[in-house]
Design a protein around this ligand. Structure first.
Ligand code: NI
Length: 257
């Protein structure tokens, strides 16, 4: 059984996203935030390319504008024991299908006052173009979020689009983060939610978060879920990923050699 109502499930199918006020219990948010701050402050995973600046060139000694950690549960394994995982799995069963399983996690920190915006993008634009996906990202803020500190924005119905052209932020191939081209965001909807709430969005749903103009860091923990991906045969390409030359990839290559 799912904790989501039929109306919420229908909203997700129509709009490609859903925002709820309660997914994770407050006691869990408290320890998750501790784990989160610990791995960011010790720069966990930086030397192997798992921690990097999503929105900047990520050079040594440069203050990151939008620090990200891939697979934070590798560095804070207690995340793998969180009760929130069962809740996300239940949501995936209701929103995607009974065979859905949990996927990987990542963490995006928007530092107080200086945290950069995350431009409009579709998550699928980062992935292997040879597959089709039925998956969502559950986006879990570890404090209240609003327009001032970088809550999620979505364009309703955009999940029905194909993947649109993207480029590295600022057209700089040294930057990992992608930006969708030619987006009309006049219909965009902001989703302010309390700590412990969550948003869910499909792999093609256009989404955005603004800069953090508040005096507290904006911490977001993200976990994916989906059905098995299926191969495409139409030769789709995502040239924006082939162009990338990031310091993160270089650190990852060095650590594997
Ligand atoms: Ni995204």
């Amino acid at each position: 059984m799912s904790f989501l109502t039929p109306d919420q499930i229908e909203f997700f199918k129509d709009n490609g996203y859903l925002s709820i006020d309660r997914l994770v219990d407050p006691d869990e948010i408290a320890w998750m935030r501790e784990a989160y701050d610990r791995i960011f402050s010790r720069r966990a995973g930086r030397d192997v390319g798992d921690q990097f600046d999503l929105a900047g060139t990520d050079e040594e000694g440069e203050e990151p504008k939008l620090p990200q950690i891939l697979s934070p549960s590798k560095y804070a394994p207690e995340l793998l024991a969180g009760r929130f995982r069962e809740r996300v799995l239940q949501a995936a069963g209701a929103l995607l299908g009974a065979e859905a399983t949990l996927g990987g996690d990542h963490a995006i920190l928007k530092p107080a006052l200086t945290g950069a915006e995350t431009p409009w993008h579709q998550d699928e634009a980062y992935w292997d173009p040879d597959f089709d996906y039925v998956s969502f990202s559950a986006w879990i803020p570890l404090q209240d979020v609003n327009v001032e500190n970088g809550c999620m924005w979505f364009i309703p119905g955009s999940h029905r689009m194909e993947v649109v052209p993207h480029h590295s932020i600022g057209h700089d191939p040294r930057v990992h983060g992608l930006e969708a081209e030619g987006i009309d965001d006049t219909a965009a909807v902001a989703c302010p939610i309390p700590a412990g709430g969550a948003t869910f969005h499909l792999s093609r749903t256009l989404h955005y978060t603004g800069p953090n103009r508040s005096s507290v860091p904006r911490r977001a923990y993200i976990i994916g879920a989906g059905l098995p991906s299926t191969p495409r045969t139409d030769g789709r390409t995502f040239p924006w990923n082939d162009l990338k030359q990031t310091a993160r990839e270089e650190r990852s290559r060095r650590s594997n050699s």
